[in-house]
Design a protein around this ligand. Structure first.
Ligand SMILES: *Cc1c(COP(=O)(O)O)cnc(C)c1O
Length: 831
């Protein structure tokens, strides 16, 4: 094998171990004033992070200058969520400073890997959508694009989860209780944001009138910048997070009137806007504060984008500049959460910069693009017109005018005099409480609308927006999601990364397609042994983590079968659970049953208000307790629910997984990205033909994945013909026995019926996600998987091929797709 062949040119900074030590010591002395006697790890973590941040900020300044001078177009990624995880290890890897820093710290008596565990996760997101935004920022910087991420500086990110007697308990996330070493406040870029009040038509000297918005309240947006370090390159971009405060002028007025306490109350009232991340994944609750949070974030970001443009190119109202704006600025909406940015840009261009309607609208159409993340109706945002009228009266005016133009021009030309079609496509959903359909505004405005995996994009065209697709046949498109191989292999799985380094010529982390070279080694027994030894070592490490977190002892010789993702009915953790109950039953009936020992590992947070999701967690914990303590089954089965699933926990679980559970009801999971992370680390997928699973199967081949269950079309047919879950209950004795078991007190001694909610959701609840319909097929796929694992050579080959063939699912490829089809950027490299 060829070793040491990295083709990397030197990237700055090229620091020696001594220089790194000196920088760390500087921060220990001057910003930490290190004390004797107390635990030194937090201080060393912070000093190391601050030392690194000095280096990063310097690189950031040079990137900014380069991007300004080159005048390349920038993309502005608007997302209410960023699931960044920890930053120290990744930043070190991306700067190629991991090893010298490791040595420097070792000389001071510390393990770097240990210190990296000190930092809190930046958990400013719920799940896949927020993690996607984080992976995209990593790729944008790595590919040297001029990109800015915009988000909210939540005081509390996603809640912390613990279990008490099997029940989920939520605690606030305090990620920056003592300040974060990565963020820098930039008060000079603060924004003032108006809301409430009324609109007055003010007569102009030329006889026309102009709408003037008299705001009832002002907020202040203060930006906190987090640097985004590209891998093995010169680019450091910025993630700008907005914190909400009261607008000072308003405070002063009250203070002058002697109303000191009320002035403070205004501050408190304003701070709630960026206080907490809404913990619902794929579900919109329609709360006023969330609406204001979205608007606050969008208004700050739009004002900032304009300010940055004008700073570089001059006033946007100058005749030629507004068309330049479209050439220099792209804005991507990550789901409909930031939709109001469209109306805010319209308002700003017209009211603040004196552009005509047509010019402003032309800009918006060229600048905005929108990513759809879900077809689930409960996740499609609709805000009441009454709320709009109260909070954003001027925006509602503009929205009505957009709607009028759309209905009277576009809809009328294709479907003349068609009131039904007008009602169907209108921005306003009529009814007792009229509502604004945010997705429609996105589709009408954006020049491109993308789904996140091929099947999902097809369904967006066919089922969600068929009429829009008729109106604009090239607008709807696909960009399959991806993940950054820097975090999800290089940093989280150092043993495998080392093996790849010595096996593959060239920087695979920058060109993941290089992994396909491994296909020729998939049957090489020496390589198989190396690959599987690493898996075993990672499993041993996870075994210790499981013991520390739950007290449960598991054997690293068992199959590690992993389902980690938000808890949601459509993701069907309860299908997994039903199958576990069935295996347990079979083992009790026949303790000699010939199956490979299996550890089922779960990680999932339930939205605090999602009752059934919490019942599923409770049931899983109770069933786990029973199974794990039942000596009759000789440790053939263990069930572990790891608390507080988050990025840093995913980084520990994924390298140790043998099996990846991707078992959503076909048509419900837009893409999934957990599936990609697990396969990249050599886990074999058991999954439905849903989301990116379909494309993963195409890449690895049917013989290297376990596909089961209904297809999208079969699910639809079942729905049209009337799905009856009782049919499966009555005709499948295994299903019946398992469900009836849930009614007893077997798993909850003395408390019969505690788990009945699970049975009920399958029967009286109508089993909306077709768990019973897919059960047998799922159980059969598991049997096939168990059999495949018995042949260790066969399994090693499958695992290696999964790693080898994940090149497509690298987020660099996703970003290049966006660049080519949607943003049209050119990279800005250092020469
Ligand atoms: C990748 C990731 C997700 C998304 O997982 P899916 O299986 O695609 O739903 C959610 N949460 C965390 C912490 C992740 O890292």
């Amino acid at each position: 094998m060829i070793t040491n062949t990295k083709t990397t040119e030197t990237i700055t900074p090229n620091l020696s171990v001594a220089e790194i030590s000196q920088r760390i010591k500087h921060h220990l002395q001057f910003t930490q004033s290190e004390q004797n006697g107390c635990d030194k790890k937090p201080a060393y973590w912070r000093a190391t992070s601050l030392a690194l941040n000095d280096v990063i900020v310097d690189k950031l300044q040079r990137t900014k200058l380069r991007q300004q001078q080159s005048e390349v177009k920038s993309v502005n990624y608007l997302s209410l969520e960023y699931l960044m995880g920890r930053l120290l290890s990744n930043n070190l890897h991306n700067l190629d400073l991991y090893t010298p820093t490791q040595i420097a710290l070792k000389n001071m008596g510390f393990e770097l890997a240990d210190l990296c565990e000190q930092g809190a996760d930046l958990a400013l997101g719920n799940g896949g959508l927020g993690r996607l935004a984080a992976c995209f920022l990593d790729s944008l910087a790595t590919l040297d694009y001029n990109a800015m991420g915009y988000g909210v500086h939540y005081q509390h990110g996603l809640f912390k989860q613990s279990f008490v007697d099997g029940k989920q308990i939520e605690q606030p996330d305090m990620w920056r209780e003592f300040g974060s070493p990565w963020e820098v406040c930039r008060p000079q870029s603060s924004q003032k944001i108006a809301l409430y009040g009324y609109v007055e038509d003010v007569a102009q000297t030329d006889g026309t009138t102009k709408p003037v918005w008299h705001a009832g309240k002002m907020l202040q947006g203060v930006p906190w910048d987090v640097p985004i370090v590209g891998y093995n390159c010169e680019t450091v971009n910025t993630l700008r997070l907005w914190e909400c405060r009261a607008e000072e002028a308003f405070d002063w007025e009250l203070l002058n009137r002697g109303d000191y306490l009320q002035a403070h109350q205004q501050q408190v009232a304003a701070e709630v806007v960026s206080k907490v991340l809404y913990p619902n994944d794929e579900h919109e609750a329609g709360k006023e504060l969330r609406f204001i949070q979205q608007y606050f974030f969008c208004a700050c970001s739009v004002q900032d984008i304009i300010a940055r443009f004008e700073n570089q190119y001059g006033a946007i109202a100058d005749s030629n500049n507004w068309s330049t704006f479209c050439d220099k600025v792209a804005i991507q909406l990550n789901d409909t959460h930031p939709t109001i940015a469209i109306v805010e840009l319209m308002r700003t261009l017209m009211d603040d910069h004196n552009l005509e309607w047509d010019s402003a609208w032309a800009i918006c159409q060229k600048v905005f693009a929108y990513t759809n993340h879900t077809l689930l109706p409960e996740a499609l945002e609709k805000w009441s017109v009454a709320l709009f009228q109260r909070v954003l009266p001027r925006h509602l005016n503009i929205l009505y005018r957009i709607n009028d133009a759309f209905l009277n021009n576009d809809v009328e030309s294709l479907w003349p005099n068609n009131n039904d079609m007008r009602a169907r496509l209108s921005l306003i959903e009529e009814g007792n409480e009229p509502k604004v359909r945010m997705a429609h505004l996105c589709v009408i405005t954006a020049h491109k609308v993308n789904g996140v995996a091929q099947i999902h994009s097809d369904l967006v065209k066919q089922d969600l927006f068929p009429e829009f697709n008729q109106l604009w046949p090239t607008k709807l498109t696909n960009v399959t999601n991806g993940i950054t191989p820097r975090r999800w292999l290089k940093a989280c799985n150092p043993l495998l990364a080392n093996l790849l380094d010595k096996t593959i010529e060239g920087d695979w982390a920058k060109n993941l397609n290089m992994l396909s070279e491994l296909t020729t080694l998939a049957e090489n027994s020496k390589f198989q042994a190396e690959f599987m030894t690493i898996k075993q070592q990672n499993k041993i490490a996870l075994t210790k983590e499981i013991k520390a977190l739950t007290g449960i002892t598991v054997s690293p010789d068992a199959i590690f079968d992993v389902q980690i993702k938000r808890l949601h009915e459509y993701k069907r953790q309860h299908l997994n659970l039903l199958h576990i109950i069935s295996l347990y039953r079979q083992l009790l009936e026949n303790p000699e049953l010939d199956i490979q020992p299996r550890v089922f590992i779960f990680g999932a947070k339930a939205a605090p208000s999602y009752q059934l999701a919490k019942e599923i967690i409770y049931a899983t914990n109770k069933i786990a307790e029973k199974i794990n303590n039942d000596e009759r089954i000789q440790d053939k089965l263990k069930v572990v629910f790891l608390p507080n699933y988050r990025v840093s926990l995913a980084e520990k679980i994924i390298p140790a997984a043998d099996v990846s559970e991707q078992i959503s009801t076909a048509g419900k999971e837009a893409s999934g990205t957990g599936n990609m992370k697990l396969a990249l680390n050599g886990a074999v997928t058991i999954g439905t033909l849903d989301g990116a699973n379909i494309e993963i199967a195409e890449e690895v081949g049917d013989e290297n994945i376990f596909i089961f269950g209904l297809t999208v079309d079969e699910v639809k047919t079942l729905d049209t013909n009337g799905y009856n879950p009782y049919h499966y209950y009555e005709n499948n004795a295994e299903i019946r026995a398992c469900l009836d078991w849930l009614d007893t007190d077997y798993f909850t001694p003395g408390k019969p019926g505690e788990l009945s909610a699970i049975k009920d959701c399958f029967l009286t609840g109508g089993d909306p996600y077709k768990v019973l319909a897919d059960f047998q097929s799922y159980a059969d796929a598991h049997k096939a998987l168990d059999k495949a694992y018995k042949n260790q050579q066969q399994w090693a080959k499958m695992a290696i091929l999964n790693t080898a063939l994940m090149g497509k699912f690298n987020s660099d490829r996703s970003i290049e797709d966006y660049v080519e089809n949607i943003w049209h950027l050119t990279p800005c490299k250092s020469s």
